[in-house]
Structure formats: structure tokens, C-alpha cells
Ligand binder design. Structure first.
Ligand code: AMP
Length: 402
């Protein structure tokens, strides 16, 4: 896939204006960036264009303002941060389309950077509006997609704008790294390959399992992902999380069919769980088998037997992908499972395994333990990473190839 896709290295940006779609949707607290991984990974792309003596127009979204401009979703806070990182003044445009931004672009000199205000202040962005994309396209000569985290979305600045650039479009370095890392998992990964899926957004993850079941040596299912699987097999899950069960029951049955009848033994569920009588850190707890959780209790972490079982598999794995915590790790009393798994992945990585972790919560859990630099690659896109696992080319990448 990556072999026939152009990257920024295929262009000389001298005297050219590059529209670079980045994903600066970073977590902040009081205007301070808590985790700047996404920005850091995109800086090489911006630097390459500056170094070539080109001009950069940066497009990003921030949060979910749903088409309504507001101070809390403004990208203004990025100006000083970016200036500091790139060591040049950053220009800013309050508007993403129209005569005022076009004037700013015309005044840009080689080596300068113009940051546009949050693209999602325009409702047309998420609508995939073609006229809006055309207006955006007027701002540059070459289009660069370096926003992996949103490349599974059919948004104007991702899938529509490339239509206006024929062969003058490419991906940035962040995107290239993401694709290469995922390729190390799928197809080219050293065996045994293990994928660990946890978290609470079951519906977005469940369809992946069927697509990868024949390629992956071990699929470990934990966190909130596990309970619907236990329920569909007739287990008692008490009041544990069950997201949109009716919607996914058919898919669950299908997977369990593979698991039980066709002896597809590479799917692994937790053995025991830590259950709580309420959803808070001070709740009473017990450890019980995952198939027999009493009513009024909910599973909030994997238990010691499950930790051992999962860690043994991770220890033997040469390629590991992890998305989603194994429990409600935000509560310290239910974070042990997630932290233990993070440690096991770090240990395997130190012994030579390739590890890829994606999804904000899994990365946050790694950071809690200062493990973030001990993983082979941290993906900047949880949802996009999972879409790639479905073995489809992401819409944002397809739009560059076409
Ligand atoms: P996701 O975005 O799908 O990766 O989900 C992350 C969220 O899943 C975190 O906020 C966790 O607290 C939550 N989670 C993990 N395990 C459980 C569980 N057993 N019950 C409820 N929520 C869970």
C-alpha cells in the first residue's frame, strides 16, 4: 500500500504553498498541552517544507465544536507552542476560507507558516462538502495529509480536497510511519502475533475480530469488550458494561461460533475479574470467575488469573498490538490489570518484540507508568488504527492514491 503512495520526500516545495492537514487535536488543560505526541510526529513534515523554502498552510481540527465557533475550541493556543517548536513566528487566520485567508496566503513568504483556525468551526468540514473543499484547495499548490487520526473520516479536508490536486498530493512523515508500523503487524509481522482489545467502545472494535482472526495468532479480549462475549455464551455478567448488545449480538454469535464449533482457539477471554458493587474507586470488591458475576455487581478489572494468562501469551509474542484498557484504569483500585499488561508489553518489547499501542486511554495508561518511550510505536489514531486492521485502505489514504 505504502509502496505506491507519494510522500513529502517526492516533492521539492521551493516557492510552493503546501496545504498540510494535521491532527492537532491534543489533550489540553488550562491551555497547556498535556500530550503533544501528535504534534511532535508531524513537525518533521512541516520542517521539510520549510527547509525546501516552501510555504505552509496548516489545517487542523480541535475537539467537536460541531460547526459553531467558540473560544474553548480555538486553535489560537497553538501559535506560541508552534513558534517555540519551529523557532519561527507563526501566522494565524481566523477564517479557513474566503478573501481574508486568501490574502494571508498570498502574503506568505517562503519558509513561513500560516495556521488556520479550527476547521470544524465550519460545519461543511464534517459534511464532506465539495464546495468548501474547493475553497480550501485554493489556498495551496500541493496537498499533504499528515492527519492519521482522522483519515478514516470522510471529511472535506481529508477525502474531498485531494480531488483538486491530481498528482500534487501526498502523505507526510507521520502518516508514513503509521502505515509502516501497521504493516509490521499485518502481513509482515513476526509470529506469534498478538492483538489485545479492551476498552468500552465495543461496537467500533467488534467487526475487526472477524477480519483478523485468520491472520493473528492470539486475540486477547479484555476490559468492557469481554462482557458481551461472556453473555452471548450464557455466562452471568451481573451489571457489567454492555454496549449496544442487541446491535452486536449477531456478530458476537458469529465469532463465538468460530471459537467454539470450529475450534478457533486463538481468541482468549479473561478467566477471573475484579467486581465492584458500585462504579467508584471506594466500592466493595471481590474476585470471581468471569462467567459468574452476581447481580448488582460489575466487572471493573481483570483478575490475577487473567493477568497471568494474558501476560504469558504476551511474553511469548513477537508482535503485539494493544488498543483499549483492561479495566476502569482511571480508578486506582481497578488499574492493576491494565498496568500489568502494559508492563508485560514493555518487557516483551525490551526482549525484541515489536509493539504498537493506539487509542488515547491505552497511551494514557502507559504514561501513568512512564512506559511511553518503551513501546516500539505509539499510534496517533485509535479509531484509524482499528479501521486499518479491517484491511481496508483508509479513505484519507485512498484519496491520495486516486
Ligand atoms: P475505549 O475508548 O473503547 O478504549 O474505552 C476506554 C474506556 O473503557 C476507559 O475509560 C475505561 O474506563 C473503560 N473500561 C474499560 N474496562 C471497563 C469495564 N470493565 N467497565 C466499564 N468501563 C470499562
Amino acid at each position: 500500500m505504502i509502496e505506491n503512495i507519494k510522500t513529502v520526500n517526492d516533492f521539492n516545495f521551493k516557492n510552493k504553498t503546501a496545504i498540510v492537514r494535521v491532527d492537532f487535536n491534543v489533550p489540553i488543560n488550562n491551555n497547556l498541552i498535556i500530550d503533544d505526541t501528535r504534534i511532535q510526529y508531524s513537525l518533521p513534515t512541516i520542517r521539510k517544507i520549510i527547509h525546501d523554502h516552501g510555504k505552509v498552510v496548516l489545517i487542523s481540527h480541535f475537539g467537536r465544536p460541531k460547526g459553531i465557533p467558540s473560544k474553548i475550541y480555538s486553535l489560537r493556543f497553538m501559535i506560541s507552542y508552534l513558534s517555540h517548536q519551529l523557532k519561527i513566528p507563526i501566522k494565524f487566520s481566523e477564517y479557513c476560507i474566503g478573501s481574508s485567508v486568501e490574502k494571508y496566503v498570498n502574503e506568505l513568504k517562503n519558509g513561513e507558516v500560516l495556521l488556520l483556525e479550527n476547521i470544524r468551526f465550519h460545519k461543511e468540514e464534517e459534511e464532506g462538502n465539495e464546495k468548501f473543499a474547493f475553497q480550501l484547495a485554493k489556498l495551496g499548490d500541493i496537498y499533504v495529509n499528515d492527519a492519521f487520526g482522522v483519515s478514516h473520516r470522510f471529511h472535506s479536508s481529508i477525502t474531498i480536497i485531494p480531488k483538486f490536486f491530481k498528482n500534487k498530493k501526498c502523505i507526510g512523515f507521520l502518516m508514513k510511519k503509521e502505515i509502516q508500523s501497521l504493516q509490521k503487524i499485518l502481513g509482515k509481522g513476526k509470529k506469534p502475533i498478538t492483538i489485545l482489545l479492551g476498552g468500552a467502545k465495543i461496537t467500533s472494535k467488534i467487526s475487526i475480530i472477524k477480519n483478523i482472526i485468520h491472520l493473528i495468532d492470539n486475540i486477547l479480549i479484555g476490559g468492557g469488550m469481554a462482557y458481551p462475549f461472556i453473555k452471548v455464551q450464557g455466562g452471568k455478567i451481573g451489571n457489567s458494561i454492555l454496549e449496544k448488545y442487541n446491535e452486536i449480538e449477531k456478530i458476537l454469535k458469529n465469532i463465538i461460533d468460530l471459537y467454539q464449533k470450529q475450534n478457533q482457539t486463538n481468541i482468549h477471554f479473561p478467566k477471573d475479574v475484579v467486581i465492584a458493587d458500585s462504579f467508584n474507586n471506594k466500592a466493595n470488591t471481590k474476585i470471581v470467575p468471569i462467567y459468574s458475576i452476581p447481580n448488582g455487581w460489575k466487572g471493573l478489572d481483570i483478575g490475577p488469573q487473567s493477568i497471568k494468562y494474558f501476560c504469558d501469551i504476551i511474553r511469548k509474542s513477537k508482535t503485539i498490538l494493544w488498543n483499549g484498557p483492561l479495566g476502569v484504569f482511571e480508578f486506582s483500585n481497578f488499574s492493576f490489570g491494565t498496568k500489568s499488561i502494559a508492563k508485560a508489553i514493555v518487557n516483551s518489547t525490551e526482549k525484541g518484540a515489536f509493539s504498537l499501542v493506539g487509542g488515547g486511554d491505552s497511551i494514557a495508561a502507559l504514561r501513568m507508568e512512564n512506559y511511553e518511550n518503551k513501546i516500539s510505536y505509539l499510534s496517533t489514531g485509535g479509531g484509524a488504527m482499528l479501521e486499518c486492521l479491517k484491511q481496508t485502505i483508509l479513505p484519507g489514504i485512498k484519496a491520495i492514491i486516486e
